[in-house]
Design a protein around this ligand. Structure first.
Ligand code: NAP
Length: 265
């Protein structure tokens, strides 16, 4: 298996854009980049690539400083439709290359799709390729049948669904773990938890910052979504360390199952 080096590495913290639409999406992306975000996560499924592209353009930041991810989904599930789908995303985003393209979820034709991504990467249209929502069996199938190790597997991961064994497995294979819904999509699950709140108080941080830092300290990359400028700043401002005692208390909060009924490992 070859790994694909020499490209911009994925930043530890990125902006999630699910549910951001229209003018609001454009403004949030621009604002996030101005604040300091360098990774923007979008997907064909979100229907906002054009607005993400406008936000990027309006930010005025040099393209080479940004790391842009999109994801392919049905109906782009054949070799040819992956090729045309990526070209469409590039057009929507007004970019001439993508830093990372993921297969959004497993399909019967995942191997065929991935081979198309490998070919696009070889041509330089994509810098890194990967997957999302793949379980261990699906990852192993890719490793057995493809050439390029997936750069990331983007999966549900947060304090209440830690998937420690699977995370370690992916990392042992050289696959980075990116956590989707790192704040559980509904922050009240985090802000209503006394243990998280107590740890937040100890460090003079918010509960959201504790939830995000918990992931970073396990070498997991994060893409929290916020449409609010001060919360965007808050989610970047997590330069502190939760001590071992705090980490252990947070590890004990694992409920061992998806909040959204997604795939099993
Ligand atoms: N690959 C996949 O299948 C998949 C699935 C789901 C999500 N994703 C990706 O992961 C990203 C993140 O997940 P998500 O959007 O589901 O949810 P999330 O990032 O876990 O949580 C977003 C929610 O938390 C609030 N929030 C954000 N920062 C906060 C803070 N500091 N304090 C209090 N509330 C805060 C946001 O409200 P405000 O906006 O009002 O701040 C929003 O309601 C998505 O946007 C998407 O890019 C991928």
């Amino acid at each position: 298996m070859q790994n694909w080096g020499g490209r911009m590495e994925i930043p530890k913290i990125g902006l999630g854009t699910w549910n951001l639409r229209g003018n609001e999406c454009e403004k949030v992306v621009e604002c996030a980049i101005r604040i300091g975000y360098r990774h923007i996560d979008t997907a064909q499924m979100y229907g906002n690539e054009k607005e993400v592209g406008l936000g990027i353009k309006n930010s005025g930041i040099d393209r080479r400083e940004l790391f842009i991810t999109t994801k392919l989904c049905s109906p782009n599930t054949t070799y040819n439709s992956v090729i045309s789908g990526v070209k469409e995303s590039l057009k929507n985003l007004q970019l001439d290359y993508l830093d990372l393209v993921l297969i959004h979820e497993p399909y019967a034709s995942s191997i065929e799709m991935y081979k198309a991504l490998e070919d696009l990467q070889a041509k330089g249209l994509i810098k890194h390729i990967g997957v999302s929502n793949f379980n261990q069996k699906q990852i192993n199938n890719l490793l057995d049948n493809c050439t390029v190790i997936p750069y990331v597997n983007q999966i549900e991961n947060h304090i209440f669904y830690q998937r420690e064994e699977y995370v370690k497995y992916l990392q042992s294979k050289g696959i980075k773990v990116v956590a989707w819904s790192p704040l559980c999509a509904d922050i009240s699950k985090i802000t209503n938890n006394k243990i998280i709140n107590d740890i937040a108080q100890k460090y003079s941080k918010t509960s959201a910052q504790i939830a995000l830092k918990f992931l970073l300290q396990r070498d997991i990359y994060i893409i929290p979504k916020s449409k609010n400028p001060s919360r965007l700043e808050e989610n970047l401002d997590i330069d502190f360390t939760i001590d071992e005692n705090g980490m252990n208390k947070l590890k004990d909060l694992d409920e061992g199952r998806s909040l959204f009924g997604w795939y099993k490992d």
